[in-house]
Design a protein around this ligand. Sequence first.
Ligand SMILES: Cc1cc2nc3c(=O)[nH]c(=O)nc-3n(C[C@H](O)[C@H](O)[C@H](O)COP(=O)(O)OP(=O)(O)OC[C@H]3O[C@@H](n4cnc5c(N)ncnc54)[C@H](O)[C@@H]3O)c2cc1C
Length: 398
Amino acid sequence: MPDSSSTITMPEYDLVVIGSGPAGATTARFAAANGARVLLVDKKQELGAPIQCSGAVSHNALEQAGVYPSPEFIHDAIYGFAIYNGKGEKKIIDYRKLKPDEYGTKEGTIPLGYVVDRRRFDRYLATQAERAGAEIWLKTAATGFRVMENGSCEVDLLKFNEPVTIRAKVIVGADGVQSQVGKWAGLKTHIKLSELASCLQFVVDGVETAGLLEIVTGNEWAPGGYAWVFPKGHGYAEIGLGVTRTMCTENAQEYLDRFIKQSFFKERFKNCRILEIQGGGVPLAAPLKIQYADNIVLVGDAARHVNSITGGGIHTALSSGKIAGEFLAQLILSGKPATKTNLKGYQDNWLKAMGNNMWKLYRVKRAIFDTVDVVKRDEQLYATMSGYFSTDSEYKKI
Ligand SMILES: Cc1cc2nc3c(=O)[nH]c(=O)nc-3n(C[C@H](O)[C@H](O)[C@H](O)COP(=O)(O)OP(=O)(O)OC[C@H]3O[C@@H](n4cnc5c(N)ncnc54)[C@H](O)[C@@H]3O)c2cc1C
């Protein structure tokens, strides 16, 4: 009689993607579309919930990732920016006026970006992956993995709280800012507290907006970050901020409370009614120097693919997911093993497409927040933000 364990057939995939946020769902979609057998798992039973994101993303970011801007997930359209310094002086960068032939509501023009509903957006992205051929398991948490002698892996999952083991050639860690997958592989994923922004936002009624993302800089309101007012559609708005804890004397909630009650916006906010409270951490850190190991690659927040000036991570998650999905499908179909040496190509492609720019942004952010003189630091952040969102910015918008 053969040993019973040797007769158990485990589900086998080319790729298991752990985490179905923008990075994971996009990786799964492009890998499946290019011929790989993909399993996408997420520990949540409802993707995107609870919401921990303001949802601002550029049209360009969606277009690059082949995501049609659908009313299914869009709260509101964005046409530009208002950047404020701490005293309330502002620079309006309204693309409807600056580039009227390209951006606006007239026929033949498009919005510059959108505020999306992350619950519906993440579900939409997962649906795209599923329609491209990926299998999706919700309420399924990855808990560990082992590399086998044949070079593939066994991945331990808890599916509806029941242990299940599957086999895969490559594991994609798309498990967000608190990524465990990188740690399992021995990658240096630790984030210093000085590089982690604590973010808090209120979804409110009773605050007018005008199609602009409003960004308030200044140490007084949000040390090591900025405050924001974003349109949310149907008369709602998001008022929020991100602060770096090591630069703060109070917590994010106290800063947000002060911003609402005491800033130059206090009259505008005086009738606001809070309908939802959302929060989370954003890594304002450098991208990981090494984002791959034997059988493993990291994408999105897990690899610190976040714009460290704006804190935006949707664009970078979509882009890195596309790069990873296409690369991995090609590697697997070529029959080459998923060794560290072979997976390095993913990071090389990512550096060329966007990573070098992200490193540049990180150095700019460091130079600003390492400035000890608060007045100079505030001036630099205001100037950098204004330049970043301007029509001639060397970076992609948002
Ligand atoms: C308050 C706030 C506001 C923000 N606003 C914006 C904004 O306006 N614009 C913008 O571009 N970015 C914004 N961001 C950043 C943005 O939300 C992230 O950068 C983006 O979600 C990263 O996508 P991701 O796919 O890498 O990770 P996530 O979206 O975090 O997805 C990770 C997924 O992995 C799953 N997971 C984790 N561990 C496991 C496991 N062991 N097994 C299975 N599944 C697992 C999680 O359930 C989750 O679904 C904001 C962030 C915060 C906190």
